[in-house]
Write a protein that binds this ligand. Sequence first.
Ligand code: G3P
Ligand code: CA
Length: 365
Amino acid sequence: MSLIKSALTAAVLAATVMGSSAMVNNAYAGNVQDKIIVAHRGASAYLPEHTLESKALAYNMGVSYVEQDLAMTKDNRLVVVHDHYLDRVTDVADKFPKRARKDGRFYVIDFTLDEIRTLNFTEGFEIENGKRVQGYKDRFPIFKSTFRIHTLEEEIEFVQGLNKTMGKDIGLYVETKAPWFHKQEGKDISKATLEVLKKYGYTSKDSNVIFQTFDYPDLKYVKTELMPKMGMDLKTVMLLGYTDWKETYELKNGKWEVFDFNYLLDPKNFKEVSKYATGLGPTYEMLFDLKKTSKGKIVVNDFVKNAHANGMVVHPYTVRADKLPEYCTDVDQLFKAILIDADADGVFTDFPDLGTAFLQKQGKK
Ligand code: G3P
Ligand code: CA
């Protein structure tokens, strides 16, 4: 068989395996022009995560998407914040010292939006020996300048406003944080999120938004009940973690149990997962054969190939130039392993400038 004929046969076969809708909606990014950079919590390496300022900076770094992690307030508003706690990124412990729960955490869900707006939003920190210690010591200094937590609506208006003034079409990449926790508290964060997205015109797979979650039972609910009921059908990404992270809980026989991610990590189940997800969001190390990987030599596995064969794109998280894995010598080596060698369709990074520069070096316009 000639090379052209065998390539054509392979393309037809791939199209058959992937299904035509997957080809249309997912646009596999074998071509570097189609690969995307997602600004992880904005340009979070340079300005405090999830601030509008960090979104503006990321926007101007040439990304395809800016990310929004979401939690719900006591008065049912969606705020853009990574944790469903406030204590890592605000001065809540100073302003509302009596409002911690028994575990010592200050939960977003226990505060109204007006209360949250009074907090200073900062680069993340931990408490060590009674003192605030910055998580990433070379990043924006903690509690310097003034930043505030904002709502999903405010961020959408911000991005849409920039799209108008800058003449671009940058997308939203929204994550409902801990839907299982919100359910336990009597709130449906996914429904609230879809309502806001619908209000701003994001309704179909052609809309420039991706809905992501670590909560597989909730994704199924979103895909099979909520979106059909609301006349919506957005692109969806199932985020993959490890069971021992205890990222997700599910209700089993009336009891909340830790969700077991092993089912989702097994490529044999990708076909089933693809009924609900147009893409997968693994940690980038899930794309590597770590047993064969050594310093300076990253060996990839078939993760992306298996996802593509089941019609799903792959957007791994999170490249951090200031926190490279021990087997990496520089950040471009990591981008290359993820985007070129493993052939992922995009990547989340705290350093959007380095991500877009890497793709430009590969020839992306
Ligand atoms: O959503 C992709 C990536 O952001 C997942 O990690 O914990 O930063 O939300 P996390
Ligand atoms: Ca996220």
